[in-house]
Design a protein around this ligand. Structure first.
Ligand code: PMV
Length: 314
């Protein structure tokens, strides 16, 4: 058995849309951060066929086929894989479980075959499962340029040690439509898609410079534009895609109110209703309290530091 673990990689500037669907290459450049407080752990055994179990439930291995076929090609094996994954947070709910899951899976599967891959190759393999997983191979801050085969490290966790992400989980329910299908519908039907793809590199450059300078206000401004414009492409799709819930809006208003009071707190969202707020460690108490007050029925917000990259765990 081989075991690997990874943290989800939260996009601060979003990948949304594919330049090449068959090769799963991103149409937009993205920048993400590893979330230390959340983890996926994957165990892999060589077997006669492929089977996948996530959090104790059997799932259809179809989604995993192109990824597993690439692992077999790379490792020169015909073997199947028995996969058992566990997330210590809700799966498929907009908390980037596919990023940590496929990063850990790429590491555990190749290790089970006795292959030793460098980070770039591991990242390219993980990308075939989920493009955000290409970033999750790396710790700290990582980037995935448009059209790129693999992600690259931008800055280690230690480069911005006081940065925190406060995560408000509105609902643990799985999202109504997966990101792959949503991206494809947006590409086919949303008149906002071309503008989004054209505009994304500018936001990306802005965010990369802000991370290098540890400038939270500048990073926050780019983050806010990135997720709003991503959702604009979805609202303009036919039929429209809407991940937001009433609680989501209450949380967004609470973060805006914090900023009006002078707290440097900047939110982002992914394909789901959850809200993640980036702030400095000294402000996490205030941010968590404001989020809890805005969404009284929800579980307590999770506070995360910047995490490490994928690691072998056995
Ligand atoms: O990697 P996927 O297919 O799960 O898509 C991820 C899309 C977003 O989470 C919305 C953005 C991102 O860059 O992670």
């Amino acid at each position: 058995m081989s075991v690997a673990a990874a943290h989800p990689n939260l996009a601060l500037v979003k990948y949304w849309g594919k330049a090449d669907a068959a090769r799963n290459l991103p149409a937009t450049p993205s920048l993400g951060v590893s979330l230390d407080a959340l983890s996926s752990r994957v165990e892999v055994w060589l077997d006669t066929g492929d089977s996948v179990e996530i959090d104790g439930r059997s799932v259809d291995p179809a989604r995993y086929r192109p990824f597993l076929a690439a692992v077999r090609r790379r490792c020169g094996t015909q073997s199947g894989f028995r996969i058992r994954a566990r997330n210590d947070f809700p799966s498929a709910a907009g908390l980037a479980s596919s990023s940590s899951g496929f990063a850990a899976l790429a590491s555990a599967c190749t290790a089970a075959c006795g292959a030793r891959l460098g980070d770039a190759e591991l990242s390219a393999l993980a990308r075939l499962g989920s493009a955000s997983a290409a970033r999750a191979v790396f710790g700290g801050f990582a980037v995935l340029p448009a059209g790129a085969e693999h992600a690259q490290p931008l800055a280690p966790a230690a480069a911005w040690p006081e940065l925190r992400v406060v995560i408000a989980v509105v609902t643990a329910a799985a999202k109504p439509i997966g990101s792959r299908e949503a991206m494809e519908r947006v590409r086919r039907t949303s008149p906002a898609y071309d503008g989004w793809v054209r505009d994304s590199p500018r936001l990306y450059e802005e965010a990369v410079a802000a991370v290098r300078d540890r400038d939270l206000t500048r990073l926050g401004g780019a983050m806010r534009k990135s997720y709003h414009r991503m959702f604009a492409t979805m609202l303009a799709a036919d039929p429209p895609i809407r991940y937001w819930l009433p609680e989501t809006l209450a949380l967004l208003a609470a973060v805006e109110e914090l900023r009006a009071q002078g707290v440097a707190a900047w939110e982002t969202m992914d394909a789901g209703p959850q809200v993640k707020v980036v702030c400095a460690d000294g402000d996490t108490g205030r941010v968590a309290a404001a989020l809890a007050a805005a969404c009284p029925g929800a579980r307590a917000p999770v506070i995360s530091a910047v995490g490490a990259g994928v690691r072998r765990a056995g």
